[in-house]
Write a protein that binds this ligand. Structure first.
Ligand SMILES: [Zn+2]
Length: 181
């Protein structure tokens, strides 16, 4: 199973992580079935926010209401690892194990933020494929193929011929002229 995310939402999560560093950033993920369409940043209330995260229950409640109002489903949680790989820590597994939720970790370990998605339960840590949505772009204007150009010319000539025939048939009859004796 793969999960998709829109590029602006991935960017929003990476920007949040960078803004909070060296503290961990956290928030909720929402969307439909296997598609993450929105992120809701939350305050990190942990006592050691450089290595842990803990959401504010009041803020989480407000975010859940906003998710409901947007007619999205609550899909999961995201948090950042400012200095380490996007792999769940022991604390992440202990505190976040919920097979029904997705866990997105954004790592700032390298120059480019890395996003990795996981499903955590008490017995297993499963990586989930994360892909970006393809944005539909209009096809660029292409020149007509030779056969299409020929078709346009033939249709044009036939139309011209029909117009000529109709105009000739509509002409008044020529006056009778008697030849001079
Ligand atoms: Zn973590």
């Amino acid at each position: 199973m793969a999960v998709s995310i829109t590029y602006p939402v991935a960017r929003q999560i990476a920007d949040h992580a960078e803004a909070e560093a060296p503290k961990e950033a956290c928030g909720l993920l929402a969307g439909e079935s296997n598609h993450i369409a929105a992120a809701y940043p939350l305050r990190n209330m942990a006592t050691a926010p450089e290595t842990q995260f803990q959401v504010d229950p009041q803020e989480q409640l407000r975010a859940l209401k906003a998710i409901d109002a947007a007619e999205f489903n609550w899909l999961g949680v995201y948090h950042s690892h400012p200095r380490s790989a996007p792999i769940p820590s022991e604390a992440d597994i202990r505190d976040c194990a919920d097979a029904g939720l997705l866990h997105l970790i954004v790592s700032l370990e390298r120059a480019t933020p890395q996003l990795k998605l996981w499903r955590l339960d008490q017995f297993s840590v499963t990586p989930i494929d994360l892909c970006y949505d393809k944005v539909d772009q209009p096809a660029p204007d292409r020149p007509l193929a030779t056969s299409q150009q020929a078709a346009v010319i033939i249709v044009g000539m036939v139309a011209l011929l029909i117009i000529l025939l109709i105009s000739v048939s509509l002409l008044p009859p020529a006056p009778d002229i008697m030849p001079a004796p």
